[in-house]
Design a protein around this ligand. Structure first.
Ligand code: M6R
Length: 612
């Protein structure tokens, strides 16, 4: 949720921290702050609002240090304010901390510290951390680096919850300390400089070499070294990983917004996701998986678990898996799955989908399945993410960095990869091959078919203008089209703040039709020839009651009185969401633009939800 950044090297830290925070701002944008190590000790500057407002603070000009930490906040405990912004310092102002995550037992820890003479100046959970470190460090006899690490370790052992923490202390003017648990953090390795970030794109312009810290591993960064320590404070070595993402993929380029860029990148991101996995007349290749026919025959249930857009992609995948592999597949919201005591045995296969790979609920749901002996597959867009590291197998979507909070290219890449996975299983199981071959060809045709849809952009933009002042918009579809209705509705509410709901078209008459009144907008999605007439009937019922209609279809609908029909290319209904979602993404985008909203950073949201 929050973004954290750190720098140690020969250059002034301030501009590098600000640059990183601007790139991390999509993770949270309520307030921001940085602390640098100066000759006189730690100096800290923070402000409410966006990073630009931090940059405008006069005090920021005093920061000259070459080592520093920074934070952009998505408020959990305490409203956005200067006091609640990070970095937080201990009472003696010798230790500065930035933190991403939530400390669940902070009230208890606050009481403990208050009873030991400490005072608190913010409403945050984070403020206990620098004070606890200070408490334990003062209790130590020694004042060496290992003594300070012991104090951090004692602190971390007291914390319940999730955290990625960066620490500066006046006794160690050339070093920065970090530790994480269930919250993302990467270390970037440079030449005579090193970096910390909560994700890769923020520091991709400085380095492509990364270390990935596991839970409860500590690192000490100096300008020319990164030392790793395990939970017993024993030193160990870590392999550096080279990330070959193209820097331009995390830049806006000629586009006004990341979201628009990412929508238009979909032909490329889908091509990259398909990669060498699918080719005509060859078996599907998924080298990352070691799955046998015997194992698949033993699987009695697949669970797909995810949140938000990733969950919507999972809903589509359920239909593909059940149809092609004939294995019962259930879809679960991660935050429900983890607490509902799901039936998991060694015969259960669990597939977790997460663009960021850092969604707290999805990670927890994966850990649960592992504990119960199920095999787990993670589908993520981020190399080395926490989800990927926890899973038995990891499959990457290769969509490139997705920066806009509203997910677009990750969603279509997730469905592509899940369709490929379903065909891979079907081939292993020896299922009917003609249909499999046909779907492979259709998958390969996706990039060019998406290009065709972009020809309708102007038509969609005009309709967006007409409905931009609506209060409610409903999305309907049947079968696989219902899964897209859910995604279209989520996109719209996220970035336009228009109230919107998605219904299975057949459910309208069971209640929601009471909401239909003159002028209301209904978005209908119809790509399944077996169901199109049914949905048309439902649409007739709302048209009769005065609704405006925006239709996305690949069918010839005949002579019906719909207000706007966006025609998309024909494709198997199993993967049609990859095409039918594109007009819905554009509709949401242009409505948000029409309303003058910040498309990439919608209110109250953050790109990755690393807290429960
Ligand atoms: O990183 P994840 O895929 O795990 O994120 C899951 C959801 O938080 C995410 O898809 C969210 O719904 C998006 N903002 C939707 O556009």
């Amino acid at each position: 949720m929050c973004g954290i950044i750190g720098y140690v090297g020969d250059r002034k830290a301030k501009p590098i921290l600000i640059n990183g925070l601007l790139r991390l701002e999509y993770r949270g944008y309520d307030s921001a702050g940085i602390a640098t190590m100066e000759n006189s000790g730690i100096k800290c500057v923070k402000n409410k609002g966006r990073v630009a407002e931090l940059e405008n603070c006069e005090e920021i000009n005093i920061l000259e240090g070459t080592i520093g930490i920074g934070h952009t906040r998505w408020a959990t405990h305490g409203k956005p304010s200067i006091e609640n912004s990070h970095p937080h310092l201990d009472n003696k102002r010798t230790t500065a901390v930035v933190h991403n995550g939530i400390i669940e037992n902070y009230v208890e820890l606050r009481n403990f510290l208050t009873n030991n003479g400490y005072e608190f100046f913010s409403q945050t959970d984070t403020e206990v951390i620098p004070n606890l470190i200070n408490y334990f460090y003062n209790k130590n006899e020694g004042k060496s680096k290992i003594d300070f690490l012991r104090a951090i370790k004692s602190t971390v052992e007291k914390l319940k919850g999730s955290f990625a923490i960066e620490i500066l202390n006046n006794d160690f003017k050339d070093e920065m300390f970090v530790v994480r648990k269930d919250s993302p953090m990467v270390i970037g390795k440079g030449v005579n400089e090193n970096y910390i970030s909560s994700d890769i794109p923020a520091i991709l312009s400085f380095t492509k070499d990364f270390y990935f810290l596991n839970d409860l591993e500590f690192a000490v960064l100096s300008k020319d070294n990164v030392e790793f320590y395990d939970i017993n404070l024993e030193r160990f070595d870590k392999q550096v990983k080279n990330i070959d993402w193209d820097m331009s993929s995390s830049e806006k380029g000629d586009y006004d917004d990341f979201m628009l860029k990412e929508i238009f990148e979909q032909p490329k991101s889908i091509r990259e996701t398909i990669g060498a996995r699918v080719s005509k007349n060859n078996m599907i290749q998924i080298d990352e998986l070691e799955i046998t026919k015997e194992y698949l025959q033993s699987v009695d249930r697949i669970y797909i678990v995810a949140c938000g857009t990733a969950m919507n992609a999972g809903m589509t995948a359920k239909k593909i898996l059940e149809h092609f592999c004939k294995i019962q597949t259930e879809i679960d919201i991660a935050s429900e799955f983890r607490y509902r005591d799901p039936l998991i045995t060694e015969k259960t296969l669990c597939i977790y989908i997460s663009q960021s790979g850092e969604t707290a609920d999805t990670i927890a749901a994966l850990k649960l399945a592992k504990e119960k002996g199920a095999k787990t597959i993670a589908i993520s867009n981020v190399i080395g993410s926490s989800l990927v590291r926890e899973a038995d197998f990891a499959l990457y979507t290769h969509a490139g960095p997705e920066i806009a909070v509203a997910s677009t290219k990750a969603y279509t890449s997730q469905i592509v990869l899940l369709a490929i996975l379903a065909l891979y299983f079907a081939e292993i199981l020896g299922c009917e091959s003609e249909e499999i071959e046909k779907l492979k060809e259709e998958i390969l045709s996706l990039p060019s078919k998406i290009e065709e849809i972009f020809d309708n952009t102007e038509q969609i933009r005009k309709f967006a203008k007409i409905i931009s002042n609506e209060k409610d918009v409903f999305f309907i579809g049947r079968g696989i089209d219902y899964t897209v209705a859910l995604e279209g509705s989520l996109k719209l509410k996220e970035i336009s703040y228009i109230h919107s709901e998605a219904y299975s078209a057949g459910e309208l008459k069971h209640g929601p039709i009471a909401l239909i009144e003159n002028g209301i907008t209904i978005v209908g999605i119809m790509t399944d020839s077996n169901l199109v007439q049914k949905t048309i009937s439902n649409l007739q019922e709302v048209v009769t009651r005065g609704a405006k209609t925006f239709i996305v279809t690949n069918q010839n609908l005949g002579n019906f009185n719909f207000d706007e029909v966006v025609k998309i290319p024909e494709i198997s209904s199993y993967i049609s969401p990859i095409l039918s979602v594109v007009p819905l993404q554009l509709l949401a985008y242009y409505i948000s633009k029409e309303k003058g909203l910040d498309v990439d950073k919608p209110r109250n949201l953050a790109k990755s939800v690393t807290v429960e």
